[in-house]
Design a protein around this ligand. Structure first.
Ligand code: RBF
Length: 171
């Protein structure tokens, strides 16, 4: 299994485009806050590291992961960001609630990408237990918030290059 072999948050920093003119919305779910706030920290630090201005990071906290798409709508209309990063953590319990929440959020964010033309990054940890979540929020499997920020910068750059009229983009 790939994730057991390497820290997926490792990436080649030099290949990432300059993000100093980019604007981002970040939506963070409060459920499992000890996990989601670690994701947010990784995400925020990564955006700043790649030149994003602090005033261009618009953050909203929503109650749970199910509210992430609604939060994304709100931050989109407030800030007109180049991409929206959604961070949450859904941990399996005794019932199937996790499947309903994860499916709803994944489907909604995918639809919002297509309808709005703006990248919505799925930064939701879907874990079978708390340890799996901790491992992916700054633990042995890296920090999914860092990965979400990297993906957002890449997608925002693709959007901007499309406007530049470039013929081959994303390479
Ligand atoms: N939200 C999360 O972000 N992560 C969870 O693990 C989570 N578990 C939930 C379990 C149950 C049984 C319920 C009813 C809600 C849970 N929520 C969780 C909250 C959910 O995302 C949403 O905030 C509420 O359902 C209100 O719409």
């Amino acid at each position: 299994m790939a994730s057991a072999l390497k820290n997926l948050s490792e990436y080649n920093e030099s290949t990432l485009p300059d993000a100093s003119e980019m604007v981002f919305g970040v939506v963070v779910a409060e459920w499992n806050a000890h996990i989601t706030h670690a994701l947010y920290e990784g995400c925020f630090d990564t955006l700043i590291k790649h030149g994003v201005k602090e005033e261009n990071i618009h953050t909203i906290q929503v109650p749970g992961s199910f509210e992430l798409p609604a939060g994304a709508r709100i931050v989109s209309s407030k800030a007109q960001p180049d991409a929206v990063i959604c961070l949450g953590c859904v941990i399996k319990g005794e019932t199937n609630h996790d499947e309903y929440i994860c499916n709803a959020v994944a489907n909604a964010l995918a639809s919002m990408c297509l309808v709005s033309g703006r990248a919505h990054i799925f930064g939701v940890i879907t874990a079978n237990n708390e340890q799996q979540a901790l491992d992916r929020a700054g633990g042995q499997h890296g920090n999914k918030g860092v990965e979400a920020a990297v993906t957002a910068i890449r997608m925002a750059s693709i959007g901007k290059k499309t406007k530049d009229g470039k013929k081959a983009i994303g390479f």
